[in-house]
Design a protein around this ligand. Structure first.
Ligand code: 2NL
Length: 344
């Protein structure tokens, strides 16, 4: 029996040694250590042994059992480590590979221009004010000294909602609100960006909806000098270059005197080119000294205070800055157009 045990141990050792997967090992466990296993079989035969031999063979059998268990456990560990190693190798991820590119949105060029203009004026001490796009005609026209029979007040030229409510035709009413809120106090230094609406037929240079930035300064002793200096500083920052500017007389109901400001052509520097129609100058905004009637109407004493105001169309500024030739490009959401501004 001793020999059988020794032989069994030797046979099991080599089979365990040769096992390479958990399934095979499980079979071996059943084969040797299971209820109907070979070691159990040997132990069952002990009843035929003499009382002297029984404890000796019994202890040898126990030794063999624990030896087999030890080998199997060791083999089990070895197999599972090998399996893990294999899986890690198969599922390896190269973290240095480039990622899948994801589509990004960008800032719309008109939004970028608006923010740039805001930053420039904030840098000169202005506040940004916003207001409703649906306005009373009293704020849109009356407070701005438009006479009753002014053509802009015609149904043909503005989008009326009722007889006295309309889509604002400029952002000037926001400045009227700003003056009213300040109740005659100075200084007033605001800019008002926003969408405005006019009944125009859309083409390369006109749109029934467009974007505007207006500005207003009211204080003691404000003159055309402040107007010119402020707007020249603005233009040079906006176009990031040194420029010549000139003021030409113009007319608006809400300013007196009224002017238009030209800058030396941003493309040719004033020598004459297609962009400036060979004049060397490009008009960028309208401005003027706030009409005393507008100041008085908004609660400011026009004997003590004066102010200047200006307004510009954002599409026009963007056209010049980016060399675009059709303002409809800003509204038609053509991705090929918009992607060019993705880095703004
Ligand atoms: C233009 C010209 C202008 C103003 C807007 C203004 C506002 C108040 C009082 C006086 Cl509350 N004036 N705004 C003044 C002059 C010109 O806009 O060509 N805009 C596109």
């Amino acid at each position: 029996m001793r020999e059988r045990l020794e032989a069994l141990k030797e046979e099991a050792r080599s089979l365990i040694q040769a096992a390479h997967d958990p399934e095979k090992l499980k079979q071996l466990r059943v084969k040797y250590l299971g209820k109907k296993g070979e070691l159990t079989g040997v132990l069952r035969g002990m009843k035929d042994l003499s009382p002297e031999e029984r404890p000796v063979v019994g202890s040898l059998a126990n030794e063999v059992r624990s030896q087999l268990e030890q080998w199997m456990e060791a083999k089990e560990r070895q197999i599972s480590e090998a399996l893990l190693e294999e899986r890690l190798k198969a599922e390896a991820v190269d973290v240095t590979l480039p990622a899948h590119p994801r589509p990004f949105g960008g800032i719309h060029p008109l939004s970028a221009i608006t923010e740039e203009i805001e930053d420039i004026f904030i840098g000169m001490g202005f506040e940004v004010a916003e207001g409703p796009e649906v306005e009373w005609d009293s704020y849109n026209f009356e407070a701005l000294n438009f006479p009753k029979e002014h053509p802009a007040r015609d149904m043909q030229d503005s989008f009326y909602i009722t007889s006295d409510i309309l889509l604002r035709t400029h952002t000037s009413p926001v400045q009227v609100h700003a003056m009213e809120e300040r109740e005659g106090q100075v200084p007033v230094k605001v800019i008002c960006p926003g969408k405005v609406y006019r009944r125009d037929d859309d083409d390369a240079t006109h749109s029934h909806q467009f974007a505007q930035v207006e500005g207003l300064v009211v204080d003691r002793g404000i003159s055309m000098g402040e107007l010119h200096g402020t707007l020249e500083a603005f233009a040079e920052k906006m176009f990031a270059m040194e420029l010549e500017t000139r003021l030409r007389p113009s007319y608006f109901p809400f300013t007196e005197p009224s002017v238009e400001m030209d800058i030396s052509c941003v493309q040719c520097g004033g020598n004459g080119c297609g962009m400036c129609k060979h004049t060397g100058w490009i008009e960028i905004l309208g401005a003027g000294m706030v009409h005393p009637r507008v100041l008085e109407g908004a609660g400011y004493d026009s004997e003590r205070y004066t102010g200047f105001a200006f307004g510009m169309g954002l599409e026009r500024i963007a056209l010049l800055k980016y060399g675009i030739d059709d303002i409809r490009q800003f509204y038609t959401n053509d991705l090929k157009f918009l992607r060019q501004f993705q880095s703004l």
